[in-house]
Design a protein around this ligand. Sequence first.
Ligand code: ITT
Length: 190
Amino acid sequence: MIFATNNAHKLEEVRAILGEEFSLTTLREAGITEDIPENEPTIEGNALAKARYVWAKTGCDCFADDTGLEVDALGGAPGVHSARYATDGHDFAANRTKLLRELEGVRERTARFRTVVALIIDGKEYTFEGTVEGTITCEERGEGGFGYDALFLPDGYTQTFAELPAEVKNDISHRGRAMRLLAGWLQENR
Ligand code: ITT
């Protein structure tokens, strides 16, 4: 199956989560080198848009992941705009700096990561969702992970996603949960 992502960190995580039983084809291997438009107003809409784009171009079974960080004190922002929060591009460091600035002096720092995985198989569409609750730290902590990981402290842990080993992140994360639902569905239905 084609995994419709241009994010190498996601690809690495998803390969580790799904294991060797699943063989994933990348967008590049499928001959898709352009950026896939992500202009929908919801995470689910963008996940479906990415999968539909690949399905329309290749006719191959595929899935896509769209993820957002929802911060309660910011009314759910950056949410669906998580990739382009600070700039037009995917500048992870600038996004983290902007988030810390927006939360300066804010005590209520609860947040969650939300992932929706959209699967298109034999032309039929399915979605799977995973979330993880936590809080936003007051400074960056840790070198691992990517994106907002250095600012996200999952509930029940004293280390951020960037400090925790990758296996622990994958075990409890938004993406881990959504991908295991996808894997379970495939095991039952294929
Ligand atoms: P694709 O659309 O090509 O899959 P993307 O980086 O644009 O890659 P998303 O739109 O789903 O992916 O993700 C939005 C942003 O949210 C992403 O650029 C990261 O900054 C952040 N993000 C996603 N998953 C994350 C994770 O597990 N940990 C930390 N930040 C994450």
